[in-house]
Design a protein around this ligand. Sequence first.
Ligand code: SF4
Length: 310
Amino acid sequence: MNIVEVKSLYKSYTKSKPTKYAVHNVSLGIEHGEILGLVGESGCGKSTLGALMLKLIEPTKGEIWFDGKNITNLTFRNMRKIRSHMQIVFQGSSNAFNPYHTVRQIISEPMDNYTKFSSAEKERKILACLESVGLGAEHIERYSGELSGGQRQRIGIARALILDPKFVVCDEAVSSVDYGLKKQILKILYDLKQEKGFTYLFISHDMAAINAVCDRVAVMYLGNLVEILPSTDATALHPYTKALMAATLEPDPKIKKKKLVLFNESGDFSYPHGGCPFQSRCLYASEKCRTEDQLLREISDGHFVACHLI
Ligand code: SF4
């Protein structure tokens, strides 16, 4: 059963004509307890889709469902009742900490906002949560400026997960961190999912990170989903997904990055109105690709592709 589902979702930030969409006709469900990877280049709409699922921004059209309830038109006040079940860990979340707050204050913030736990219960939860992200009780009185980047990142995760949310968006949560720390953070997220059954939307442009933790992978290009892979082992079929995979930075830094060879490097990156969104960069594009929309089709169990060649 899906904990989150979006149906025919659109988001546009501009009123210009023809309309440009950051998210274009996206339908996607995330099952209880799964980690769905959402991959694509910077600016493809991944973060917008994550923010829409959390109702941090409003869609232009379409529906958002959470835990069996249509939340598309819920007011801010009514959203508050379910907000504690949804959290986000983002790339710069640790930079947003109040420098005058201790770790205890930072982690307890969601409890202060959404619960009426006693002081003793709060303290017990904070210590347990710190332990779950690999930090000891000695950190509880420290200020964020006294912590290393890795420790701050863990505190950000602890704060997001302290209320055992049903759904967590990890938006580039391991970008801009070194290889060793990335491995540690991915392990923490994965172990917590195994232990507590959290459901994640794991947004990243890093295929190696996606492959390390995700159950399924959705691939986005210019606001459109172009492929949904039923597992990280599944063979990619869409030309864009193949190109992304070919360019994957291997998890071991001693292994050199492979060159991205499948793109038309001089292609037009602007949004085409009509036809396949990847047409201007695809080496296999034909007239049909420019005139006919390519919708996701299920070509085998749980494997969806939007390309008329497949
Ligand atoms: Fe390339 Fe055409 Fe397939 Fe789009 S529909 S990915 S342009 S072959």
